[in-house]
Design a protein around this ligand. Structure first.
Ligand SMILES: Cc1cc2nc3c(=O)[nH]c(=O)nc-3n(C[C@H](O)[C@H](O)[C@H](O)COP(=O)(O)OP(=O)(O)OC[C@H]3O[C@@H](n4cnc5c(N)ncnc54)[C@H](O)[C@@H]3O)c2cc1C
Length: 374
């Protein structure tokens, strides 16, 4: 334990952990703190009955960035999990993303030509040239059947509003595949870290001093005195005491259950695309690792999480930043204040109020390391 450090890293998520690892490697002294009782931030996985449960939402690593892939695989071996979600519409099951399996189930079409012709026919029948809202936009892109069964209910649950009352620009494209391909992410590299994300982050933080259940903002002066520089990965508005107002987030509520049976739904993710089922999707965590433990034994129990979209209010867990004009303008004001804090680097999804996939947050942290540790 030191009395003084080169760097204090606030937040043991991916951004903070990449920085801490690189700083230590560069010979700097680093202290990492986190207000939660665990490391790994939002990629935290908790071990329940041998299953790595994704506590803050399902996390599937996928990237086309070879530098990031080479970097992250130093800390974990990745399995070959491929994200192939299933849609459940009133008990009818469809493959996602929209592809030949989906179209065959929906219309009985067999060849790509037939599927294409059916989509074109549906688009023509709708006759929409200038979509005025999300509903019209989606129908003009994929036709009525796919909209009604696979888009409408899910989107309305996500946004808490009717698709007719949502702006058209939310959906710019709706990719359809005329191939039998259920692989959701078209990424070169994809998988789940064997042993869970928490173990992967623990490997990144190996040899770094970490203090948990420490809220930086509660003892800011004390912590600032401990280090020359601060890498802050908490919410930027919280850092400034919300002096200019709250940045808003979209929230998700999870209901997690341990079930005394080996298989609940046979897939990691099932989206409930009807309006009546209150949850948006159910995650069955064991299927991220093929239902087996580290020794390759089948796990006798299963853990599921029902996800509900919920309104965010100050104090709730922040999930997805709201990328609208109002929040964008407010963030710019906080960013200006942040630039004046010369001893602090604001980074990561909360520090930059930005939706980052895991690969992007790692790339962003590595870029920052290059500048900061040069
Ligand atoms: C529901 C959901 C699902 C996602 N799924 C995927 C996916 O499938 N694939 C993918 O690539 N990406 C996914 N992501 C994105 C992924 O979660 C982020 O890229 C990643 O977690 C960002 O890491 P971070 O270090 O910036 O933030 P975080 O992981 O949030 O880390 C910030 C840390 O700072 C700590 N902290 C905050 N304030 C303080 C304070 N005052 N004092 C001390 N500590 C503090 C927090 O406790 C937290 O641990 C998903 C995101 C969400 C919301």
């Amino acid at each position: 334990m030191n009395n003084h450090y080169d760097y204090l890293v606030v937040g043991a998520g991916l951004y903070g952990s990449v920085f801490a690892h690189e700083a230590k490697k560069a010979g700097k002294s680093v202290l990492v703190i986190d207000k939660r009782p665990n490391i790994a931030g939002n990629v935290f996985t908790e071990d329940i009955e041998g299953i790595h449960v994704h506590k803050y939402g399902a996390h599937i690593f996928h990237t086309n960035n070879k530098k990031v892939w080479n970097y992250i695989t130093q800390f974990a071996e990745f399995n070959r999990f491929t994200n192939s979600p299933v849609a459940n519409y009133h008990g009818e099951l469809y493959s996602l993303p929209f592809n030949m399996y989906t179209f065959n189930k929906m219309w009985g079409v067999v060849t790509p030509e037939e599927a294409e012709a059916k989509i074109e026919e549906q688009k023509r029948e709708a006759g929409i040239t200038e979509p005025k809202n999300l509903e019209e936009q989606a129908i003009s892109l994929v036709g009525k059947d796919i909209f009604e069964k696979l888009i409408k209910g899910y989107t309305e649950k996500q946004w808490g509003r009717d698709c007719k009352d949502l702006p058209a620009f939310i959906i710019k494209r709706l990719p359809v595949r005329l191939t039998f391909d259920n692989n959701y992410f078209n990424a070169l590299y994809q998988g789940i870290p064997v042993g869970g994300y928490t173990q992967m982050v623990a490997n990144m933080l190996d040899g770094v001093e970490v203090r948990l259940e420490e809220d930086y903002l509660e003892k800011k002066a004390e912590y600032d005195a401990l280090a020359d520089k601060v890498i802050y990965t908490g919410p930027i508005d919280a850092y400034f005491g919300y002096s200019m107002g709250y940045l808003e987030y979209r929230s998700v509520r999870f209901e997690t259950e341990l079930l005394d049976k080996p298989n609940f739904q046979g897939n990691a993710a099932v989206n409930y695309t009807d309006r009546e089922t209150p949850w948006t999707r159910i995650i069955e965590h064991k299927w991220f690792e093929f239902g087996r433990d580290a020794e390759g034994n089948d796990l006798p129990k299963t853990v599921i999480s029902r996800e509900y979209s919920s309104e965010w209010k100050p104090g709730d867990e922040p999930y997805y930043p709201v990328n609208d004009e109002k929040n964008g303008a407010l963030y710019e004001k906080y960013k200006e204040l942040a630039q004046a804090e010369k001893h602090v680097v604001f980074g990561g999804r909360l520090g930059e109020y930005k939706y980052y996939d895991m690969d992007a947050v790692i790339a962003s942290a590595l870029d920052m390391c290059e500048k900061e540790l040069a």
